[in-house]
Design a protein around this ligand. Structure first.
Ligand code: NI
Length: 203
């Protein structure tokens, strides 16, 4: 076996291992550090942000103190992931009944160029009036995403420059009434399970 061939085999083994890890959620959890904890036990998810809600009012993380928040990052042009997630949020919140008043679902745009206040208002309104859409300057959105350790990246479309998409991570973050991280839920969770988990945290 010459060196080149050995290198190719080694590389394919590594690629295979990476693909296997990506495919097995439990293994991925074991390998990738999920919600990072400080030694104090405080999670490093969440933090200060300053954005504009879909009514055009400037808000910060402090605005929502006293209520739990369910934080989700996405964008209104998202073809499938975000609509599905907002539908899950909407149904989960309605299933809470009276407890729905204790939590504010926040939908934070990772596409501030296209997601204007008006666009956000139309979008969240089409799902559930309880959902608050947040957008802002590019820097403000970056700051918020960083606080929540959310990945997003613009994917250009050479043929249709206005038709770019945005890759983004898709987790629901449950924060308590002091703005502290409680837990996160994966994209695949259904409305019933999400609602039950939120109810448990609230009571
Ligand atoms: Ni999306």
């Amino acid at each position: 076996m010459n060196f080149k061939l050995a290198a190719v085999i080694a590389l394919s083994l590594i690629a295979g291992a990476v693909a296997a890890v990506a495919a097995i959620p439990s293994l991925r959890q074991a390998i990738l550090p999920a919600p990072m904890q400080k030694s104090s036990g405080k999670a490093l998810i969440g933090g200060p942000f300053k954005l504009v809600n879909h009514r055009g009012e400037t808000v910060t993380d402090q605005t929502y103190r006293g209520k739990y928040t369910l934080v989700y990052f996405g964008f209104t042009h998202c073809p499938d992931i975000c609509p599905a997630s907002l539908q899950v949020i909407s149904v989960a919140i309605e299933k809470l009944g009276k407890d729905a008043d204790k939590i504010v679902p926040l939908f934070i745009s990772v596409d501030p160029d296209r997601d204007t206040v008006e666009k956000m208002a139309d979008y969240v309104g089409s799902f559930n009036p309880r959902i608050v859409g947040l957008t802002g300057t590019e820097a403000a959105v970056r700051q918020a995403a960083r606080a929540y350790r959310v990945y997003y990246a613009k994917v250009e479309n050479k043929d249709y420059p206005d038709d770019y998409t945005v890759d983004h991570s898709s987790f629901y973050y449950l924060m308590d009434d002091k703005g502290e991280f409680v837990t996160h839920f994966p994209h695949g969770i259904n409305a019933d399970d999400l609602s039950k988990a939120i109810a448990k945290a609230l009571n």
